[in-house]
Design a binder for this molecule. Sequence first.
Ligand code: HEC
Length: 138
Amino acid sequence: MDRNLYISKRLCHNGVEFLPPLSDGNPDITTILEFSFMKIVSAILIIFSLAVSGLAFADAASGQSTYAARGCIGCHGHNGKSIVSTSPSLAGKDAAFVKKNLTDFRSGVRQNPIMNAMAAGLSDDDINNLADYIDTLK
Ligand code: HEC
């Protein structure tokens, strides 16, 4: 088959009509396009997964700074292990639990004078970051 006819057939009927590879040994344009498409797709996937794992680290790290800056350490202790009997330890509590309770303290759904005041100044990002950080404490 004529090379140009072959290429236009593959471009127009891709997936409809099976065409064997060109016998002259040179890759045709659709093969080249498919190959660069796959390279672009895998590059995007790699960048995306790096970004996602980077974000996860950033959250826990800024949660740790917020934990220190907001004085959580004073009652809940370093690494979430409380040394004050009236404050519960946070180590071992998962992100979903911390997020729910901080949101409830902030809105007043869960009542406690100390924690209502502590949570009042937290943004959604602060709460998410704190939850990610506390989740890492064992
Ligand atoms: C002055 C002491 C104090 C400080 C500071 C403090 N907390 Fe608390 N926290 C408490 C007490 C007391 C409770 C238990 C409240 C209750 O019994 O409902 C509590 C409860 C919690 C709970 C729920 C734990 C559970 O097991 O139900 C979370 C989560 C929490 N605090 C996170 C924080 C974070 C994050 C900070 C910093 C922004 C912080 N706390 C600062 C005293 C404190």
